[in-house]
Design a protein around this ligand. Structure first.
Ligand code: PLP
Length: 457
C-alpha cells in the first residue's frame, strides 16, 4: 500500500469513528443542510475534519461540550474570536449590564473614552475607528489608503488571509498569479486592484512598489493563515523603509498576532505602521474590529474630509463602516476585555502554556525524528508537517501535507481536542491550564503511535 493509500484508510477510519461518536451532531448537520447554503449558519462550519461539525451545547473557559456529551479542550477558540476564553466573566457581566441599558444608539458612551485612550496606549496609533469585524476594518483601512494616495492597488503577500478582502483573494502558484486555491473567480480584475509578492522577499517588494500605483501594503506582522510563516530578520525594517520611500501606506493586520502580547506584535517589536488593524478577540466574542491611524495619516485624511462639516446633510458617509460599528454593547465588552481579560498577567499565563505545549510537542517530534516543526508566537503555537519553518507561501504550497493534517484533525476531534480546521494552530486563553496542554500532548503522542503502527510517515 502506498503512503497516500494508508493515509486515506486512516482518515476513513477516523471519520467512521467520528460518525459513531456523534449521532446527534450528525443528525443536526443533516437537518442544517436543508436550510443553510453550506450546511451551517456560516460556510466555514463545513470544514471540520470529522466530515461535519459538532454542535455545541455549552462553551466555558477553554472547554466545549457538544450535544453528544463529549468534552473538548478547545485550542481553536473560535479561530481566535474566543482568545479571551468562552464566556469570560468580565465580558459576560459587561454585556449583560449594557444590554439592559441599550445595545445600539448611533451615539457614543463614556466607555468609548477609556477604550480609545487604552488602544493608543497599547498599540501606538493615535486615532481609532471601530468596525463590526476585522474584515470591515481592513476594508476601511484600504479605502483610506486609496483616498490619501490616489492610487488603486493593494499589495499583499502570497498565502495571506485578511478576511473577505477582494484584493487579497489571489496567490502565487507555480510562479503565476491567480485566484486563491479555493476561491472561485467573480469577474473582478485583480490585475487592476492588486499586486502580490512572496513574504520576506525584499527585492520583489521593492520592484512591486516602484510602479507607484500601490496605495497600501496589507500585511500581518508574520503570516498566520497559511500555517505560520515567520518573518525573516530585517524584513520589517525593509518593509517600513520601502513603503515610506514610495509613499505607500503600511497597514499591519494584528487580528491574529494579538496573541503576541497586550500590544500585539507591533508593540513587542516596535513596528511603526501607518494603520493598525485588529478584531476577533478584541471584544471577547462580540463582533468587533478596529483600525488606528497615526497622527500623520489622520492629518492627511482631515485634509480630504474635514473633521466637522455639519452643513453636509446628505450622504455624509465616508464609504467606511457599518451601522452597528462601535455601538454601546461592543464598546462595553471591549473595555472589559482590555481592562480585565487580555491583561499583561493573563498574557504571561497564556504564553507560558503555549511554550509548554510547543516544548512538549518538539520533544515528541525530536524523539521520533519526524520531519516536522513547531512555531510559536506568544499564546499561539503551530505544528507544521515540514522540517523547517517556511520562508513564504511557495514553501507551504510545495511542502504542505494536507492529508496528514486532515487525519490529525479528525483524530484530535475523536480524542477531545479542537483546533482550527484549516491548519494546526493551537491557541491558549486565560482559562487554559497546564493539564489541558498535557492532554493535548498525550493525544499527539498517540497520533504518532497511530502513524507508526500504519508504517507512516
Ligand atoms: C489576519 C486576519 N485578518 C482579518 C481576518 C478577518 O476576520 P473576520 O473574519 O473576523 O472579519 C482574519 C480572519 O481569519 C485574519 O486572520
Amino acid at each position: 500500500m502506498t503512503n497516500a493509500a494508508k493515509l486515506d484508510a486512516l482518515i476513513a477510519r477516523e471519520q467512521d469513528r467520528f460518525l459513531k461518536l456523534h449521532p446527534r451532531s450528525a443528525k443536526a448537520w443533516a437537518e442544517g443542510r436543508q436550510h443553510f447554503l453550506y450546511g451551517g449558519p456560516s460556510h466555514w462550519m463545513r470544514r471540520w475534519a470529522g466530515g461535519f461539525p459538532v454542535y455545541v451545547e455549552d462553551a466555558g473557559g477553554a472547554h466545549i461540550r457538544d450535544i453528544d456529551g463529549h468534552d473538548y479542550v478547545d485550542f481553536c477558540l473560535g479561530d481566535t474570536g474566543a482568545m479571551c476564553g468562552h464566556a469570560p466573566e468580565a465580558v459576560t457581566q459587561a454585556a449583560l449590564r449594557q444590554l439592559k441599558r441599550g445595545a445600539t444608539t448611533m451615539l457614543p458612551t463614556e466607555d468609548s473614552l477609556w477604550v480609545g485612550a487604552e488602544l493608543s496606549r497599547r498599540f501606538g496609533p493615535r486615532y481609532w475607528t471601530l468596525t463590526t469585524s476585522a474584515t470591515d476594518a481592513n476594508r476601511g483601512a484600504i479605502r483610506i489608503a486609496r483616498m490619501i494616495t490616489g492610487r488603486p492597488k493593494v499589495l499583499v503577500f502570497s498565502g495571506c488571509y485578511h478576511g473577505g478582502i477582494e484584493e487579497a483573494h489571489i496567490e502565487i502558484r507555480d510562479g503565476r498569479v491567480g485566484m486563491r486555491n479555493s476561491i472561485h473567480p467573480n469577474a473582478v480584475d485583480h490585475a487592476a486592484v492588486s499586486r502580490i509578492v512572496e513574504f520576506n522577499d525584499v527585492g520583489g517588494l521593492e520592484a512591486a512598489l516602484s510602479h507607484g500605483d500601490v496605495a497600501c501594503v496589507l500585511a500581518e506582522p508574520l503570516m498566520t493563515n497559511f500555517g505560520m510563516i515567520p518573518v525573516a530578520p530585517g524584513f520589517h525594517e525593509a518593509l517600513r523603509d520601502i513603503t515610506r520611500r514610495t509613499g505607500t501606506v503600511l497597514i499591519i493586520d494584528e487580528t491574529h498576532t494579538l496573541s503576541s502580547g497586550p500590544g500585539g506584535y507591533t508593540q513587542l517589536y516596535g513596528l511603526d505602521p501607518d494603520i493598525l488593524v485588529a478584531g476577533k478577540a478584541i471584544a471577547g466574542g462580540i463582533p468587533a474590529g478596529l483600525f488606528g491611524l497615526s497622527a500623520e495619516m489622520a492629518e492627511r485624511m482631515w485634509k480630504l474630509v474635514p473633521f466637522a462639516n455639519p452643513r453636509q446633510r446628505q450622504s455624509a458617509h465616508l464609504g467606511i463602516g457599518g451601522t452597528l460599528a462601535g455601538n454601546a454593547l461592543t464598546v462595553a465588552t471591549m473595555r472589559a476585555v482590555l481592562e480585565s481579560v487580555l491583561t499583561a498577567e493573563n498574557y504571561e499565563h497564556m504564553i507560558a502554556n503555549a511554550t509548554r505545549l510547543a516544548g512538549q510537542v518538539r520533544v515528541l517530534i525530536a524523539n521520533q525524528r519526524l520531519p516536522w516543526h513547531v512555531t510559536q508566537i506568544g499564546a499561539r503555537a503551530e505544528i507544521m508537517f515540514m522540517p523547517e519553518p517556511p520562508r513564504n507561501g511557495a514553501d507551504v504550497i510545495a511542502q504542505r501535507n494536507g492529508d496528514l493534517e486532515m487525519l490529525l484533525h479528525a483524530f484530535y476531534m475523536n480524542e477531545g481536542i479542537l483546533v482550527t480546521p484549516f491548519h494546526t494552530m493551537l491557541l491558549m486563553c486565560p482559562a487554559t491550564t497546564p493539564g489541558d496542554v498535557d492532554r493535548h500532548t498525550s493525544v499527539f503522542e498517540r497520533f504518532i503511535a497511530l502513524l507508526r503502527e500504519a508504517g507512516l510517515p
